[in-house]
Design a protein around this ligand. Structure first.
Ligand code: UDP
Length: 140
């Protein structure tokens, strides 16, 4: 087992439905410790840059609009196999297909308002963490 870091974002719908505490509790209960946290209103440029890999996808414009529709919680989670552990806690992208007991199954409304983002590989986690956090903001 390796100690990893991953980037988690609680998306604007999660803040509007007041589940920040519940989401973070799920991480902590499974040994994923927030080692950096910031509440932030993303700019359009920040959201577009973060999701640049999806630029050609039909949902890109709506995704960016949604991500800047209100503040988000940016977090670095640290723990054993953090990337996969976080993805397991999140559930499938479409909450209708997400396993029972996952964050998306329990809190998300739709595939486009699905409450959380989580890095999908260790390499992406490193890049996504560096996109939002300086090393001095991470307190392990
Ligand atoms: N998304 C969407 N419509 C789709 C597919 C994805 O709005 O048909 C959004 C959704 O918010 C998702 C994000 O784009 O979380 C990134 O998609 P990805 O396939 O990377 O899913 P994730 O890694 O978030 O599960």
């Amino acid at each position: 087992m390796a100690i990893e870091r991953t980037l988690s974002i609680i998306k604007p719908d999660g803040l509007k439905s007041h589940v920040i505490g519940k989401v973070i509790s799920r991480f902590e209960e499974k040994g994923l410790t927030p080692v950096a946290i910031r509440l932030q209103q993303l700019s359009q440029a920040e959201a577009e840059g973060f999701y640049a890999v999806h630029k050609a996808r039909p949902f890109f414009k709506d995704l960016v609009s949604f991500m800047i529709s209100g503040p988000v919680v940016l977090m670095v989670l640290q723990g054993e196999n953090a990337v996969l552990a976080n993805r397991d806690l999140m559930g499938a992208t479409d909450p209708k297909k997400a396993d029972k007991g996952t964050i998306r199954a329990d809190f998300a409304k739709s595939i486009d308002q699905n409450t959380v983002h989580g890095s999908d590989s260790l390499e992406n986690a490193k890049n996504e963490i560096a996109y939002f956090f300086r090393e001095t903001e991470i307190h392990a």
